[in-house]
Each structure stands twice: as C-alpha cells, then as structure tokens.
Design a protein around this ligand. Structure first.
Ligand code: NAD
Length: 366
C-alpha cells in the first residue's frame, strides 16, 4: 500500500529523534511492502527563524494533504524571551486546533527490562501498562475570555474553563473504546466536588457508560488520581481527563517509565476503532531537550513508538505497529540503552545507533 506522511521535526532534539522514527517507518515499508511518501516541513522556532511565523501556510498545507503527521517537538531558550511577539508553542497549539485532534492518547508501559531504572520502586512500577487520554482542544488552554487587564485594584489575569457536552462525549468515548480493547477499566478524572465543568463531565461519562456495559467505569477526583498514580499505578488501565488535568497527569504517569524519552503519543480527530484510517498527529511526549540537543544522545524510542501508533491508528496497519513495538522490546532485551536509561552492565548507544538496532530487529523479524 502507499501512504503520504508529513514529517515536522521542529526544534532541539525534535529532528534527531524524528529521523530515527522515519528510518523505522521506512524499514517497516521494506519489510511489509508499503511505500511511504514523505513531505518535510518547518514548525516552531525554526519556522520563526526562517519565515517569521511558527506555522506557515505551506506547513498547514502539509497537515491537510497527508494521511498522518509525524512531529518532533518545538521550543527552546532562543525563542523564550517574555517579550517575544511570536512563540514556537503557538505553532503546536495552532496545528492541533487546525487538525481538530481532540484526543491525545499516551500509553505508558513499563518495560520489565527497565524497572530498575525508574525513579519509583520496582515493586510499584512492575507490570504497569496504562493509557492516559487527554482532551486536547478545549478547556482552559483554548476557551475565551482569557488575558490580562489593568483594573483600579491592580492587574487581573483570567482564563476560562468551558466544555460543551459534545466535546466531553467524544473524548470520553475514545476512553471507552480503548478500554474495551484492553482490560476494560476506565477511570474518568474530574473535580466534580468543585467545578461545574467537571460535574457535566461526570454526567456525560455516566450516561455513556450505558453504551459500554462491558467496561467498568470509575470516577476519580483529580487529586486522588495524582496520588494513586504513584501509589498503585498498576490498578489503572485507561484514564480519561480534560485538557489541564490530562496534561499534568500524563506527565506524572510518564515518570513511572524510566525516561520521558521512551514514551509516544497519538492525537486523533476521531474515535480509534480497529482498522480505522483517519488523519492524526504523532509525537514523542518529551520536549526539545535543549540540554542534550545536538549531542547525538537523545533517546529516539518515543518517536519510534509514535510511528507504531501512527501506522496502527492512521494507516490501519495493525501487524506493522506490533512489529515495531516488538522490535523495541527486543532491542531493550539485548541490553542496549541510550544515555538516559543506561545502567551498569548495559551497552550505551547513540541516538542513531538505537535507530540502527530497531531497524535491524524489524529486518530480522521480517
Ligand atoms: P523536555 O522534555 O525537553 O526535557 C526534560 C528533561 O528530559 C531534560 O533533562 C531532557 O534532557 C530529558 N529528555 C527529554 N527527552 C529526552 C530524550 N528523548 N532522550 C533523553 N532525554 C530526554 O522538557 P523541558 O526541558 O521542560 O522543555 C524544553 C523545551 O521543550 C521548552 O522550550 C518547552 O517549551 C519545549 N517543550 C515542547 C513540547 C512539544 O513540542 N510537544 C513539549 C514539552 C516541552
């Protein structure tokens, strides 16, 4: 089969890890007989430097004309001045809004080979395999009014949390569908004891549960969830939360795994069902890591596993996605590690060498 993929590396380590994701995609193409036509574009800081804006019309064109988007990360100290008129992050927010990707899916799997590398005790993280679904295009990060104004009593800043029933329903449905294909447990996160948005969230989640009698729905307050995620993360299967809660909880959950560099994400504009083919945005969960950018030591696994999600959700290639995940598992089993997860007795490799190993494992598997 033939597919068109937009590749937006962005800033810092973004292009370094994305290059390895692309190599793995091409290895899958060779192994399974697919052609991936790649179109590269600028986004974020590099786009500001070259074109004066973090998201050009040309890049927007790529979002519209491809089957899926593989993205790295944007931002860095160079563009961080508080007085900056344009910011790299706006490119990312505008890209998400343009694509309508309302559901951010972040699987957190703790590899048995890496339990000793986690900051948490091995008996807490062993066997953890959960997914956080974060609402991505609504709530505090988008709703109006927002901003700052002078008042007789000093400066006032305001943000707005607003959700419609429809916005809640579509993302909670993603949670139910994913849970249905896994261990059939959905934790719906809210702050219903305080927030009106959360009370609507809970009502909608409860109503949807009637359509999913095979899935066990639990309502969890966000503060309790934050605590339980590090106390007994093994109990969680799928977690669904609104934008701000999901942002914080998904970063917390990522700490269960040994490094941010290991984790992928998918942002979708539809409910993922078996064999679906719809545009989506795929990126590792980490940022541009300016502290290690250009050194060739970044862990590309998050980008590589994002490619696995991409071929599964946006291209309908289930077997190919599983082959990538198996290859990563095998490489970790060979005691090969990038600098962020290296431990005594394991072999440290560079970003490119990690890519080499995963490509080789896919080639051997085929
Ligand atoms: P970060 O994720 O870039 O880095 C946090 C820490 O994790 C750093 O010590 C970094 O070296 C390490 N790390 C991250 N990815 C790694 C990898 N693949 N391999 C090895 N180590 C890795 O977060 P930050 O330092 O808070 O942010 C840096 C910049 O990235 C900021 O400008 C921020 O705005 C931006 N950012 C962008 C995105 C995005 O584009 N999606 C997300 C988060 C942060």
């Amino acid at each position: 089969m033939e597919f068109n993929i937009a590749v937006l590396g962005g800033d810092g380590i973004g292009p370094e890890v994305t290059d390895q994701g692309v190599r793995v995609l091409e290895a899958v193409g060779r192994a399974f007989g697919h052609t991936f036509n790649l179109s590269y574009g600028d986004i974020g800081g590099i786009s500001i430097d070259k074109h004066g804006t973090p998201l050009t019309d040309e890049t927007i064109g790529l979002l519209d004309s491809n089957d899926a988007v593989l993205f790295g990360a944007v931002g860095g100290p160079k563009w961080d001045s508080p007085d900056a008129k344009v910011r790299p992050e706006i490119g990312l927010l505008d890209m998400r809004a343009h694509m309508g990707v309302f559901a951010n899916i972040r699987p957190v799997k703790v590899y048995s080979q890496l339990v000793e590398s986690s900051v948490l005790k091995p008996d807490i993280v062993t066997g953890v395999d959960l997914v956080v679904v974060r609402e991505l295009t609504g709530g505090l990060y988008y709703a109006e009014p927002r901003g700052r104004r002078e008042t007789p009593n000093g400066i006032v800043a305001e943000d707005t949390m607003r959700y419609t029933e429809g916005e809640i329903e579509r993302v909670v449905r993603v949670g139910f569908e994913l849970a249905r294909g896994r261990r059939k447990k959905l934790a719906s996160v809210d702050k219903a004891n305080v927030l009106e948005c959360s009370r609507l969230w809970r009502t909608v989640a409860t109503r949807l549960a009637a359509e999913y009698p095979d899935v066990e729905l639990e309502h969890v307050l966000v503060d309790a969830c934050a605590m339980q995620l590090i106390q007994r993360p093994i109990d969680y299967d799928v977690i669904v939360a609104e934008n701000t809660f999901g942002d914080i909880l998904s970063d917390e959950a990522s700490m269960l795994a040994a490094s941010m560099g290991l984790l992928p994400s998918a942002s979708l504009a539809g409910v993922p069902v078996a064999g679906m083919r719809s545009g989506g945005l795929y990126e590792p969960i980490h940022g541009t890591a300016p502290d290690i950018a250009g050194k060739g030591i970044a862990n590309p696994t998050g980008s590589i596993l994002s490619v696995a999600l991409m071929v599964r959700y946006s291209l309908g290639l289930t077997e190919e996605g599983a082959a990538i995940e198996l290859a990563v598992d095998q490489v970790l089993g060979q005691n090969v590690r990038t600098a962020d997860i290296v431990t005594e007795g394991t072999q440290q490799v560079s970003t490119v060498e990690m890519g080499d190993r995963v490509v080789a494992a896919i080639e051997q598997g085929s």
